[in-house]
Design a protein around this ligand. Structure first.
Ligand SMILES: [Ca+2]
Length: 363
C-alpha cells in the first residue's frame, strides 16, 4: 500500500498581548498617584490606563508611551478610592489589565497667605480643603531656630485662618500647615512670614547687571517671597565676577538683621557663599561686612543673619569670586532709622532706645 501524507491542516494562531507586570504604587498624594511597572515581552504600540472610582465612574482613558515604566496618574479627587488599570497595546490588540486599588490622601489647605504684619503676631488665611476635616495642624518657628511650636488649640474645621500671637518682633518665621481628616494628615504647606516692619520693602534696589530676559533688582524688595523664578519675583544678574545687589533704605539705619529668600526652583546652590555689606557707600563691597561668608541650606528655608549694631543707608549682597550669578527672591531688612541731624552725636544703645523713639527723633 502506498501511504501518502495529506496536505496539512493549518490553523493560524496569534498569541495575545501579554500584560505588564509588577504594577506598584510609588507615591500617593491628594490628587495623584505615581505608579511603576515592568514591561511585557510583546512589542508594544502603547499602554492604556483606566481610572475608575468606587462609584464606578471612569475618567477619560490615558495613552502612555510604550517606552515608559513610570507614570503619575493625575486628576484624582482627595480621600477617594480608585481602581487604576494598565493595559499593554500591541498590533494584535490589548492585553488583560493589571489593576491596583488606591485611596488618595487628605488635601491640604490652599492659597495660604499672611496678612499685613504686626509687631508681635502673624495673621494667616487659607482656603479650606475639599476633604471634610477635623482640624488643622499649624506649627511655626523663627528661621534661625530649629524647634517648631504648635498652635494650641489648633484651628477647627470651620476656620479659614488663624492668629499666631506672642511672637518675637522683626523676625521671619517658617510656618507649616496641614489639614487632618479621619483619613489622616495632608501634606504640609510651608510658608514664610514675618513680624515687625521690613524696611527694605518697596525701596529702590540696584544690581551690577541684569539678565536680559528679566530679573530686575526691584523684584527682591517687592514683598513677594515666591522662590520660583518664573513667578516673576526674583532678581537675576548675568554671569559675572563678584555680582552685587543692594537696596537704598533712603536714610541711615541701625540694622538688626537681614533675611534672604533664595531661589528654589533650580540652582539654589548658586548663592553660596555670599556676603552682606552694610554702610553708606553705593560701592557695596567697600562697606563693612556683616559676618563672613554665609551659606543657605538647600531646604527652602530663608536664612536670617544678625547684623546688630551695624549702620548704613545701603544693604548689599555680594557673591565673591569669578563667574557667579546672583538671584534673590526677596531680602527683608529689619532695623531702626537713625537721626538725620548731625547735631549732638549722642548715641544711646539699641536696648534703651526703641523703634518709636527713633521715629520721633527723626521727624
Ligand atoms: Ca520678590
Amino acid at each position: 500500500m502506498n501511504y501518502s501524507e495529506s496536505e496539512p491542516a493549518v490553523v493560524n494562531v496569534t498569541t495575545d498581548t501579554d500584560p505588564p507586570t509588577a504594577l506598584t504604587i510609588q507615591e500617593i498624594s491628594s490628587t495623584s498617584v505615581e505608579i511603576t511597572w515592568t514591561a511585557p515581552v510583546a512589542t508594544l504600540q502603547s499602554y492604556r490606563l483606566e481610572r475608575t472610582n468606587s462609584s464606578g465612574q471612569t475618567l477619560p482613558d490615558v495613552t502612555i508611551s510604550p517606552s515608559a515604566s513610570r507614570y503619575t496618574v493625575t486628576g484624582l479627587a482627595p480621600v477617594s478610592e480608585y481602581n487604576i488599570s494598565l493595559y499593554a497595546v500591541s498590533h494584535v490588540g490589548q492585553s488583560e489589565p493589571i489593576t491596583v486599588t488606591v485611596v488618595t490622601e487628605t488635601d491640604p489647605p490652599t492659597s495660604v497667605r499672611w496678612l499685613t504684619p504686626a509687631l508681635n503676631s502673624i495673621t494667616l488665611t487659607w482656603v479650606s480643603p475639599q476633604t471634610e476635616i477635623l482640624k488643622y495642624n499649624v506649627a511655626y518657628r523663627p528661621t534661625d531656630e530649629s524647634v517648631f511650636v504648635f498652635l494650641n488649640p489648633p484651628p477647627g474645621p470651620q476656620d479659614t485662618g488663624c492668629l499666631l500671637n506672642g511672637l518675637l518682633t522683626d523676625t521671619v518665621y517658617v510656618i507649616n500647615i496641614s489639614a487632618v481628616s479621619t483619613h489622616g494628615e495632608s501634606e504640609h504647606v510651608v510658608i514664610s512670614a514675618s513680624t515687625g516692619v521690613n524696611i527694605a520693602q518697596g525701596m529702590t534696589a540696584y544690581q551690577t547687571s541684569t539678565l536680559g530676559s528679566g530679573g530686575a533688582a526691584s523684584r527682591a524688595v517687592d514683598g513677594n517671597t515666591d522662590p520660583v523664578f518664573n513667578a516673576g519675583s526674583c532678581s537675576h544678574t548675568q554671569v559675572e565676577a563678584d555680582p552685587s545687589w543692594w537696596v537704598d533704605l533712603g536714610q541711615r539705619h541701625m540694622i538688626e538683621r537681614v533675611a534672604i529668600f533664595s531661589r528654589q526652583d533650580c540652582c539654589s546652590e548658586r548663592i553660596n557663599p555670599f556676603n552682606i555689606h552694610i554702610g553708606d557707600s553705593t560701592q557695596v563691597n567697600t562697606n563693612p561686612k556683616c559676618g563672613g561668608d554665609h551659606q543657605i541650606d538647600d531646604n527652602g528655608t530663608p536664612i536670617t543673619i544678625p547684623c546688630l549694631g551695624m549702620r548704613g543707608r545701603y544693604v548689599g549682597v555680594r557673591l565673591p569670586g569669578p563667574s557667579r550669578v546672583l538671584t534673590l527672591c526677596e531680602v527683608f531688612v529689619f532695623g531702626e532709622p537713625l537721626p538725620t541731624t548731625t547735631a549732638a552725636p549722642t548715641t544711646p544703645s539699641a536696648s534703651t532706645l526703641g523703634k518709636y523713639q527713633y521715629y520721633i527723633i527723626s521727624r
